[in-house]
Design a protein around this ligand. Structure first.
Ligand code: ADP
Ligand code: SF4
Length: 691
C-alpha cells in the first residue's frame, strides 16, 4: 500500500532543542517491569519500538539516587556509573534504528519507600509515607538536602548524556516526583523561598531545568514532563489554575513540554472509563502559551485523530505508551499505508500489571511484548514454516484466532472450526458489556489479518466431535474450546460447593447472562470471588436493567485485582454511584432461593440478604470434553495421521484474554521446537562477580 498523503504531516521532522526527531511519533516514558533488573530484555523491547518507526523512544522513570529507591517496583536506575552499561544497551538499541533516546530522570521523594537502599525518604515537608500504609515518614528537606538533590539530578543528567541519551527529562508528573510534590500546595508547607506562593513552589522545578540545560543542554534536549491537571478540582493542580500558571511561568525554558494529567490512573485511564484523546481538554492550552514543541498522550491509535491533534494545534508530537506497546510498528504501518494492519490498543491496562506485579510487561493485543529478548519474538518478523504440517484449530476465541493468525503467517495450511456463527469467543461476548466495546479489537485485528490469508479457512457453525476431528485430515489438532463459569460456588473462598447454588434456585453464571438469560425479577446478588473486572461490569449491567443489586465479595474491595490495572478506584466509585450495595469481606454460606446467608470472613458471623437471583463468579472449568474424547482414542488418532492434539488457552487453564492470546501465539511459534525440560526463555542471571 502507499501512504495516504493526509498522513504526511505525521512524518515531518520536529526540532527539539539541539536535536531533531525524524517524525512526530513519540513513545513517552512507560514502566515495563524490566528496568534496571532486566536490561537486555528492556533494551530489546525499546529497540523494537525504534525499529517500528517511533521518532523518539523513552525509558520509564529512572531513579537518580538511592534515596529514590522504589523497590520492589522495578524501574530504571542511574545511581552511579555502574548503571551506565545497562543504559547504554538501551540507547544503542534505539539509535540503531535512527530514533532519539529519551530518559526520564526521576526522584520519587515521599513515594520512594527506599526498602532496598534503607535511605530516609525525602519530601518538601514532613509527611507520612503514602506507600501501602507503611509505618514510616518522609523527612522535610533542608536547604542542604535541596542542594544535594539538585547535584544528584545534574550528575544523573551528565551520566545520561554519557550513556547516549538525546533527550533528558525533568520529571514533574503523576504525583510521583519530588519536583511535583514541591508544586503541590497540599504537600509543600514550607515557609522558605521553596514554599508558599506558586513562584516559590515552582522554584525547584525551574532550578532543575536550568541545572540540566547548563549541564547537558548543548547536546541534549531538556524536556519537562508536567501533570497540568490532577483531576482534583481546586484542591489540586488544574489546567485552568496552577497547571497553566506553571507552564506560563516556565514557557520557554525547556526544549519540550510533555504534558498530561495526574495521577497515573488518571493518565492511563482504561477504555472502560475514557475514550481516545481524552486528555485534550486538559492539555490544549499548552501550545497557546509556549513556542516549544508539545507532546501529549490519549491512547491514540487512529491516524486521523493524530493528524487532527496536529492540525488543530493541540500537540506537535503524538505521545503514546500503550499504543506503542500494542503495536510497536504503528508508525511504520501508517507510513507504508497499512492502516488495516495496526494492532490497536484495547485500553485494558494489562500492560500496567507487569509493573504492579514487578514482572516483565505483557500486553493483551501484542503477545510478543516483553518477549523480544527472552524468547527472541518479534512482533512482525515471524519464522516461516518448518514442515508440511496442516492444522485444525477448534474454537475461534482469542486463543484460536491468534493461533490461526500466526500459523497462517508462517505459511501453514490452517482450518478453524467454530461451533457458533459468531467469531471471537469470550471477547465478542464480553465486548457487549458496559464499557468493554474496545475489547472487540482483539477479534477484529485477527479476523482482518486472517481474511487476507489464502491458506486459512474459517468454518462457522461447525461444532466438531472427536470423530469429525479424526476424519478431518489435519496432521496437528489444536483445541481452543475455551471454558465455562462454574455454578456450584467452588473458587478461592469455597473449596466445596455452596449449598443451594444451582439453576433451579435461580443461580446464574456470567455465561448465562452473556447468553441472554435474564435474572429473575427482584433483588439480585452478584457474588464475586473472581475479583477481576467481570463482577463489577455485570453488577453495572444488572443495575442499568433496573435490578436492585448487591455485590458481595470475600475481598476487601470491589474488583480487587483491578488495582493492578489502575481501575479499582474508578470501578468501585462507579458501582457505588449507580446505587449498587457493596458488602465486602463476606463469603456465601448458602442460598435457599430467596435468602442468601453470608459469613464475615474474619468472624464467621452470619447475616442474610434477600435475593431473587444470584449471579456467581468464582472460577471456571475448561471445556475439555473434546480433548478427553480424543485422548481416549490414541490409536485412531495415529491411524488418522494426527501427530499431536494440544489444548491451549482457556481450555487448558482459564485465565485472562492476554493469556489466551499468548497461549495461541506460543503454540504457533513453538509447536515445532518445544523446549522440553529446558527453561523456555533466556534469563538475566545475577552475576556474583559484578559489584
Ligand atoms: P479462548 O479464550 O481460549 O479463546 P473462548 O471461550 O473465548 O476461549 O473461545 C472458545 C471458542 O471455542 C468458542 O467460540 C466456542 O464456541 C468454541 N468451541 C468450543 N467447543 C467447540 C467445538 N467442539 N467445536 C467447535 N468450536 C468449539
Ligand atoms: Fe493496550 Fe491492553 Fe496492550 Fe496495555 S495491555 S497496550 S492497554 S492492549
Amino acid at each position: 500500500m502507499t501512504r495516504d498523503p493526509r498522513f504526511d504531516i505525521l512524518f515531518e521532522p520536529v526540532k527539539i532543542g539541539p536535536v531533531v526527531a525524524k517524525n512526530r511519533f513519540y513513545q513517552v516514558p512507560h514502566c515495563n517491569g524490566m528496568g534496571h533488573a532486566r536490561p537486555r530484555a528492556h533494551a530489546a523491547m525499546r529497540g523494537v519500538k525504534a525499529e517500528g518507526g517511533w521518532g523518539v523512544v523513552s525509558t520509564e522513570e529512572v531513579e537518580i539516587h538511592p534515596s529514590s529507591d522504589v523497590s520492589p517496583y522495578i524501574e530504571g536506575r542511574v545511581w552511579d556509573d555502574r548503571d551506565l552499561p545497562a543504559l547504554t544497551l538501551i540507547t544503542d538499541a534505539i539509535h540503531k534504528h535512527g530514533a532519539l533516546a529519551a530518559i526520564e530522570l526521576a526522584h520519587a521523594g515521599m513515594n520512594a519507600p527506599n526498602l532496598y537502599s534503607r535511605e530516609v525518604s525525602i519530601a518538601p515537608s514532613h509527611v507520612a509515607s503514602p506507600a501501602n500504609y507503611a509505618p514510616a515518614q518522609a523527612r522535610g528537606m533542608t536547604k542542604a538536602d535541596i542542594a544535594a538533590y539538585r547535584r544528584w539530578h545534574r550528575n544523573a543528567a551528565l551520566r545520561a548524556r554519557r550513556a547516549g541519551f538525546n533527550i533528558i527529562y525533568v520529571y514533574a508528573g503523576h504525583g510521583l516526583s519530588l519536583a511535583m510534590h514541591f508544586l503541590q500546595s497540599r504537600h509543600n508547607q514550607r515557609t522558605d523561598e521553596y514554599g508558599g506562593s506558586l513562584i516559590n513552589r515552582a522554584r525547584l522545578l525551574r532550578e532543575l531545568i536550568e541545572d540540566t540545560k547548563q549541564a547537558v543542554g548543548a547536546d541534549c534536549a531538556v524536556a519537562v514532563r508536567l501533570a497540568v491537571d490532577e483531576l482534583r478540582g481546586p484542591c489540586g493542580i488544574s489546567a485552568d489554575g496552577e497547571g497553566r500558571e506553571v507552564v506560563e511561568m516556565l514557557a520557554e525554558l525547556p526544549d519540550l513540554w510533555d504534558v498530561n494529567v495526574s495521577d497515573w490512573p488518571n493518565d492511563s485511564k482504561t477504555s472502560r472509563f475514557a475514550a481516545e484523546g481524552y486528555q485534550e481538554e486538559f492539555v490544549r492550552f499548552v501550545k497557546t502559551v509556549t513556542t516549544k514543541p508539545v507532546v501529549g498522550v490519549g491512547r491514540f491509535t487512529s491516524p486521523d485523530t493524530m493528524v487532527s491533534q496536529i492540525r488543530r494545534g493541540v500537540l506537535d508530537l503524538i505521545g503514546a505508551a500503550r499504543p506503542s506497546i500494542a503495536d510497536p510498528f504503528l508508525p511504520k504501518k501508517i507510513k507504508n499505508g497499512d492502516i488495516d494492519d495496526i494492532r490497536e490498543c484495547i485500553g485494558c491496562n494489562v500492560c500496567v500489571t507487569g509493573d504492579y506485579t514487578m514482572t516483565p510487561i505483557r500486553c493483551t493485543q501484542n503477545p510478543t511484548m516483553g518477549e523480544e529478548w527472552r524468547k527472541g519474538w518479534h512482533p512482525e518478523a515471524i519464522p516461516p514454516r518448518s514442515g508440511e504440517d496442516s492444522f485444525l484449530i477448534v474454537g475461534a476465541g482469542p486463543t484460536g484466532l491468534e493461533c490461526a493468525r500466526l500459523l497462517g503467517r508462517r505459511g501453514y495450511s490452517v482450518h478453524v472450526a467454530e461451533a457458533g456463527e459468531q467469531l471471537g469467543g469470550r471477547v465478542t461476548r464480553e465486548s457487549r458489556l458496559p464499557g468493554l466495546a474496545a475489547w472487540a479489537r482483539v477479534r477484529d485485528y485477527r479476523l482482518n489479518q486472517l481474511n487476507k490469508m489464502q491458506n486459512v479457512e474459517i468454518l462457522r457453525g461447525s461444532r466438531v466431535t472427536a470423530n469429525e476431528v479424526l476424519e478431518f485430515g489435519a496432521t496437528r489438532v489444536v483445541l481452543a474450546t475455551g471454558a465455562r463459569w462454574r455454578r456450584d460456588g467452588i473458587g478461592r473462598a469455597n473449596a466445596r460447593p455452596i449449598p443451594g447454588f444451582d439453576l433451579t434456585r435461580g443461580v446464574l453464571t456470567p455465561d448465562d447472562l452473556l447468553d441472554g438469560m435474564p435474572a429473575a425479577a427482584g433483588p439480585v446478588v452478584v457474588f464475586d470471588d473472581d475479583h477481576y473486572y467481570l463482577g463489577g461490569v455485570l453488577a453495572e449491567k444488572l443495575r442499568s436493567e433496573g435490578h436492585e443489586v448487591t455485590l458481595i465479595t470475600p475481598a476487601d474491595r470491589v474488583s480487587a485485582w483491578t488495582v493492578n490495572t489502575l481501575e479499582q478506584h474508578a470501578i468501585q466509585r462507579r458501582v457505588l454511584e449507580l446505587g449498587i450495595e457493596v458488602l465486602v469481606n463476606r463469603n456465601v454460606a448458602e442460598f435457599d432461593g430467596t435468602r442468601i446467608v453470608l459469613e464475615c470472613t474474619f468472624t464467621g458471623r452470619q447475616t442474610t440478604v434477600s435475593a431473587a437471583s444470584v449471579v456467581t463468579l468464582t472460577s471456571r472449568l475448561p471445556n475439555e470434553e473434546l480433548a478427553e474424547s480424543l485422548g481416549a482414542m490414541p490409536e485412531s488418532a495415529n491411524a488418522a495421521g494426527i501427530v499431536s492434539v494440544t489444548s491451549i488457552g482457556d481450555c487448558w487453564a482459564p485465565s485472562t484474554i492476554a493469556a489466551a492470546v499468548y497461549g495461541g501465539h506460543r503454540y504457533a511459534r513453538e509447536f515445532d521446537c518445544p523446549p522440553g525440560d529446558e527453561v523456555a526463555f533466556q534469563r538475566e542471571l545475577a552475576d556474583p562477580s559484578n559489584t
